[in-house]
Ligand binder design. Structure first.
Ligand SMILES: [Zn+2]
Length: 522
């Protein structure tokens, strides 16, 4: 390796491991000999594809590709390096090693630059997964003065984060011109993301009737509670779930950035503005699609729903193995995925809204004419009962609409969507001032302390606990939702009315099937 010159022959880049972007150094050696391309530190198929793209991009931009052997080393060796993100730094490294671009010796211009980007065959720089993650890692732990050259196609996500260290490239030729003469051919910085005017989404007012369900949605939005809707098909469960998103306030800048980073890691555009995301994966979704993982360790639906809503319609039809994987993130708010030799973590602070039919033959049965065998109903409901159900604070029946509402166009009763949004925002402010978080996250005895039960409230809870055989956990859950109901009313202490309403959202009788509970709610 006669031509190896470690100093001045190093080009910076960043890998993507989950949402972290550790630094990678690209070095090119030209040992002469027969033509060939060796890339150290990447899987075999990825190497072949990278070679073809880099070689034709270099040639199509009017540069010479080296005649002899080309050895490219990506360090550190133990780091997992996947995907096409290293095309641009490899091309720059080869052009530097062949003196077609100035060497990046320490202190010289270009030594403090990092590059990320997939190359097209003609040298165009393509959108690349995880650019915002790289920008955030660089900003957090990169050496002072370091800057990142990233694909111009990723400008929208890069405009959300810190922009001072970022430069945009759309073509290998513009990068080369910049490295030769930075003053006369500067690369632009990403423009700040324009704040989106409040996206007008589905409103609570579009749904007729279903006052109990709308009320439950408002309570869920106020306290961040998980919610289960049970009712026959065609009663608007999906419509209702979509309205929860509109009840939630805009995300603050820090949370909007967390969401954008998760979408960047997935290679997807973030939801517009600062609205909480809404995800509704189909029940056929594989466990990796739902919780994350797969060949490239991508974030799953629960991380794409981070700081927003995960809606699981037809809950019992999801694979039990997939539902089991939800339990831990529901508590810990993160998901940890084991890979060979390393782990990746994705955020997963989502609010679960689940919906299901009361019986397996939901489409042909109505509440009074269910012909399913009790054993069939029991087996169907058992697919979701237990620990998962245990983590859902609010259970609400969504019965068929009464006749007079089927033909109505305007629903006079009930609070308007705007009023509900305002009440939710006020209730959230009260929780943050009191306990620095949402009621749904109150653990164990803390739920009792924060409730500030009135004496009558305490007596009611004791009576209910013995009559419904509530466990301590069950009592805490009731107290959490009662606290949110009291916060919606602006009440300092949880009283009997708040508790009574909260107990109503736990009254679905799972042992007898759900028919009784459904009719009781109408
Ligand atoms: Zn049935």
């Amino acid at each position: 390796m006669g031509a190896s010159a470690p100093t001045g022959n190093q080009t910076g880049s960043r890998a993507l491991v989950g949402m972290e972007a550790p630094a990678v150094t690209v070095e090119t050696h030209l040992p002469g000999g027969l033509p060939g391309f060796t890339l150290v530190g990447m899987p075999e198929t990825a190497v072949r594809e990278a070679r073809d793209r880099v070689k034709s991009a270099i040639q199509n931009c009017g540069f010479d590709y080296p005649q002899g052997r080309v050895v490219v080393n990506l360090a550190p060796a133990e780091l997992v390096k996947e995907g096409a993100r290293f095309d641009l730094p490899i091309a720059v490294s080869i052009l530097r090693a062949t003196r077609q671009l100035p060497a990046a010796s320490p202190g010289s211009f270009g030594a403090d630059l990092e590059f990320i980007g997939e190359l097209g065959l003609y040298g165009e720089v393509r959108a690349t997964r995880g650019c915002l993650c790289a920008a955030l890692t660089l900003n957090h732990e990169g050496p002072p003065g370091r800057r990142l050259v990233a694909p111009a196609a990723n400008a929208p996500e890069l405009g959300i984060g810190p922009r001072a260290r970022l430069l945009l490239a759309d073509h290998l030729s513009t990068v080369a011109a910049f490295l030769r003469a930075p003053e006369s051919a500067p690369l632009p910085s990403p423009p700040a993301a324009a704040p989106d005017p409040l996206a007008s989404g589905p409103d609570l007012d579009d749904v007729l009737g279903q006052h109990a369900a709308k009320r439950a949605l408002t309570i869920a939005a106020a306290g961040g509670h998980h919610l289960l809707m049970v009712g026959p098909p065609g009663t608007g469960k999906t419509m209702l779930a979509r309205r929860l998103g509109m009840l939630l306030p805009d995300l603050d800048a820090e949370r909007a950035m967390e969401v954008a980073a998760a979408y960047s890691a997935a290679g997807m555009p973030a939801p517009p503005g600062a609205r909480p995301p809404f995800r509704d994966p189909h029940h056929s979704a594989s466990p990796p699609a739902l919780v994350g993982g797969g060949r490239h360790a991508l974030p799953g639906e629960i991380s794409l729903a981070h700081r927003g809503v995960l809606f699981l319609d037809e809950l019992p039809h999801f694979k039990p193995s997939a539902l089991d994987l939800l339990r831990e993130p529901l508590e810990s708010r993160v998901v940890s995925i084991a890979r060979a030799g390393y782990r990746v973590r994705f955020p997963a602070a989502f609010q679960l809204v689940a919906a299901m039919n009361p019986c397996p033959a939901g489409r042909v049965c109505t509440e009074h004419t269910c012909r399913c065998l009790p054993e069939q109903v029991r087996r169907y409901q058992a697919r979701v009962s237990g620990p998962l159900l245990d983590r859902i604070d609010l259970h609400v029946p969504v019965p068929p609409l009464p006749e007079h509402l089927m033909t109505a166009t305007v629903d006079e009763a009930g609070p308007s969507g705007i009023d509900a949004r305002r009440a939710v925002a006020d209730a959230r402010r009260r929780q943050h001032a009191r306990q620095g978080g949402l009621n749904a996250d109150l653990a164990g005895r803390r739920a009792i302390e924060v409730a500030g039960l009135t004496p009558a409230g305490r007596r009611l809870l004791e009576r209910a606990a013995s009559r419904f055989q509530l466990s301590a956990r069950g009592a805490h859950r009731v107290l959490r939702s009662a606290r949110s109901i009291a916060d919606l009313a602006g009440a300092a202490r949880v009283d009997t009315a708040h508790l009574g309403e909260a107990l109503g959202f736990r009254a679905l009788n799972w042992d007898d099937g759900l028919g009784a509970a459904v009719s009781q709610g109408s």
